[in-house]
Design a protein around this ligand. Structure first.
Ligand code: AVI
Length: 331
């Protein structure tokens, strides 16, 4: 693994060897769109347009997970700080750190120097966020890391922190398959020390009447977000998709315990993808499975941690108990 450390004026950036995007995207499209159940990994939603659409989703009336977690972090920032305040804070998938600000403000109030280590796959967002935070918080010491942490949580060992809290918020774990979640938690637990903490934000199981509209909003923003992956195949891989020939589908799969998002072909069609020299064929009503968003019960979260050698120490809920922020320590 290659590491490059760039010292900016007021923060440090570790640039890990993020695998060449174009190559993996082409490989995943070639593989996923020729499988019996066509599928694409959800990480490809997030190009510039997709990230903007996701921000819009977070502001939608129907999309409760963002606001529910924000409510937890703002209501219980002092309590959470009391648990982790002595530790450096590593955030996996920090994005623009909007929610984490409530915790950072609690750190700042203690008027002691503290270290915040945001890790993200988007270098631009990371640099912008670090830049803003050093201006807003006078006691902050930022060590940012540009890395694909989902593949390799071990990258955070490069921070060489003695004591740390690792935060994985935003219900991002929900987009991993159960096998990926178990593996990710096991590997993350393996790099925690006896005094370290792991803070996890997960969306809870609830009625499909609430879940489904959160992924199929009236304004069609989630539909545009889902269809955006076809635009991306067009402009990055020379695809010839007409997104209007597909429709957005969101359903709750009770057996798997997750929302599934699909793109359903409105008609039989053949779509060339020039850069991978393949033509993808679709039957009428055939779908591409683009995302699973797993929902948990508190017991399932406890169990998931337990199997990864973690013990659940504290839980915080929003007023409607839609969302859970859980604090784990090593067993
Ligand atoms: C980023 N992730 C946790 C979101 C979710 O709820 O699964 C992505 C998303 N997909 C549709 N809406 C939001």
């Amino acid at each position: 693994m290659e590491t490059e450390t760039i010292s900016h004026k007021r923060f440090q950036l570790h640039d890990m060897d993020v695998e060449l995007h174009q190559h993996t995207f082409a490989r995943d499209v070639a593989f996923g769109l020729t499988a019996p159940q066509k599928w694409l990994p959800p990480k490809y939603f997030y190009d510039e347009r997709g990230s903007r659409l996701y921000e819009q989703i977070c502001g939608l009336r129907e999309y409760y997970p963002y606001r529910a977690e924000l409510e937890i972090l703002s209501t219980y920032a002092t309590e959470i700080y009391a648990e982790i305040g002595r530790l450096a804070l590593v955030e996996l998938g920090s994005g623009n750190a909007t929610k984490t600000r409530h915790l950072l403000t609690a750190y700042e109030r203690a008027r002691r120097p503290f270290r915040y280590c945001p890790v993200d796959i988007s270098r631009e967002i990371l640099l912008g966020t670090a830049d803003r935070l050093v201006q807003e918080y006078s006691h902050i010491d930022i060590r940012a890391m540009h890395a694909d942490f989902a593949k390799q949580p071990e990258v955070i060992q490069a921070f060489q922190l003695e004591k740390k809290a690792v935060a994985f918020l935003g219900s991002t774990l929900g987009n991993f398959t159960p096998k990926e979640s178990a593996e990710f938690l096991r590997r993350t637990a393996a790099i925690l020390g006896p005094d370290d903490a792991f803070l996890l934000g997960v969306d809870l199981k609830k009625s499909p009447a609430i879940l489904v509209p959160a992924y199929d909003d009236a304004q069609g923003i989630t539909a545009a977000f889902n269809l955006n992956v076809l635009h991306r195949i067009n402009y990055e891989l020379g695809g010839r998709f007409d997104p209007q020939r597909f429709e957005h589908v969101a359903l709750y799969n009770a057996e798997r315990g997750c929302i599934e998002m699909h793109l359903r072909s409105r008609l039989a069609q053949h779509v060339p993808v020039i850069k991978i020299e393949q033509t993808m064929s679709f039957r009428k009503d055939e779908t591409i499975h683009t995302e699973s968003s797993y929902k948990y019960t508190e017991d399932e979260v406890r169990d998931l941690g337990y199997r990864a050698n973690l013990v659940l120490r504290r839980t915080w809920f929003d007023a409607r108990r839609y969302f859970l922020v859980a604090l784990f320590r090593l067993r």
